[in-house]
Design a protein around this ligand. Sequence first.
Ligand code: DC
Length: 231
Amino acid sequence: MANDAAAASAGADVLTVVAIDGPAGSGKSTIAKLLAERLELDYLDTGAMYRAVTFACLAGGVEPDDGEAVSAIARRIEIELAPDGTVVVDGIDATTQIRGPEVTRAVSAVASHPDVRSELVSRQREWAHRRGGGVLEGRDIGSVVFPDALVKIYLTASPEVRAARRAGEVSDLDYDTIAADIARRDALDSSRSADPLRRADGAVEIDTSFLTIDDVVTLLVERVEAGRSSS
Ligand code: DC
């Protein structure tokens, strides 16, 4: 897959791609959105695409472990991601449901199927090629989707900080439930055989536990500007 990925993403060197990967709660979404604004690039939340497929599976009564059926759905569905964060799946506004507990519980299983991944990876590449680049956020952007990205960032934070951040975002789940869910998803996302979560070769690792969002965004803008002037 890695070789195929590198071949299929050929041309990434002429795109302005910023790849941001990391585990849940590492600050990826907030930071990637602000960075995209600062750089005047479009932003793609690839996790929302895996969540959209999961939503369609649950709505259609498809088991998240059934690789063949899940992959058929991934190939078939239409996913619209609007700049304001609205996610429309086959014409249905799924913005709230894709962040809900049912989708969150099932999404790692859906994302573990290689055929689901290759379908979404090719959509992600197309998205960037249509725009001349963008800020893409996920788990495998720097390792698989765009191994030749201009800048690759791997964000981390301690499990406690990550759980506390998520607890601040949702009102209906307590800290312990969220911490257990994050630990379970970390384990599944890092141990799957297809494109597991890992720091990509050449990625800059930043621990955001004790940094402000502004500090991280400023650091990343500097990295991208340095990357642009040396490319
Ligand atoms: O970033 P998030 O929590 O919304 O992502 C949801 C799930 O999707 C996450 O548990 C792993 C998976 N994912 C992935 O496997 N590859 C990506 N590029 C993005 C997300």
